[in-house]
Design a protein around this ligand. Structure first.
Ligand SMILES: [Fe+2]
Length: 191
């Protein structure tokens, strides 16, 4: 049985949040997973990259990424496993499954230029949640939580974006990279 068997879509949530920073900076931030446990520590306590693939696709540091995480929901923590793919410039898709809860979601995340102010951007997250059919009773609660979560994360990410913008303006155009070794790389080195 796969991690996503026998589930139905219980809700779709569309979140649009504005950033004061440019599309490229917001896109760089969107691709980075390693900042989650520090910048979003109320909802993340661990992210481990398992493997990534860099092909000739649209990603700066990777095109496909596999990770596992420990996500916090109030006093509770749940382990997850996720995959993400950069499907276009400024667009990624992520599927994350929580095996102990039997829930998973598909996120499509797109960074757009803010049409009212081209120096700013809009981060558009489209989240589809799949769970057992009887869990549809939680759909309104999940909608509110996902909207709140996306808004909070966007606010917390502004410090990351501010720092990267500041560095670029001072001539430090450091390319975005994955900093930690993946589990796959560690395994290969240990052999
Ligand atoms: Fe973030």
């Amino acid at each position: 049985m796969s991690l996503t068997d026998k589930k139905v879509k219980i809700t779709t949530v569309v979140c649009k949040n504005q950033s004061d920073y440019s599309r490229d900076i917001v896109w760089e931030n969107a691709q980075d997973l390693e900042h989650l446990p520090t910048l979003h520590r109320t909802t993340n306590s661990r992210i481990q990259l398992l493997h990534y693939v860099k092909s000739d696709g649209f990603g700066v540091a990777y095109d496909d990424l596999v990770f596992r995480a420990k996500r916090r929901f109030g006093f509770l923590s749940f382990h997850s496993i996720g995959v993400r793919r950069i499907v276009d410039k400024y667009k990624l898709v992520q599927i994350e499954s929580f095996p102990s809860l039997g829930i998973y979601y598909k996120l499509s995340s797109v960074v757009e230029v803010d049409l009212l102010d081209s120096r700013k951007s809009i981060l558009c997250d489209d989240v589809e949640v799949f769970w057992f059919g009887f869990c549809k009773v939680f759909s309104r609660f999940l909608n509110r939580r996902i909207q709140y979560h996306a808004k909070q994360q966007n606010l917390e990410d502004e410090t990351f974006r501010e720092r990267r913008t500041d560095l670029r303006s001072r001539g430090f155009n450091i390319p975005f990279t994955i900093l930690n070794k993946t589990l796959f790389e560690e395994f290969l080195e240990a052999k």
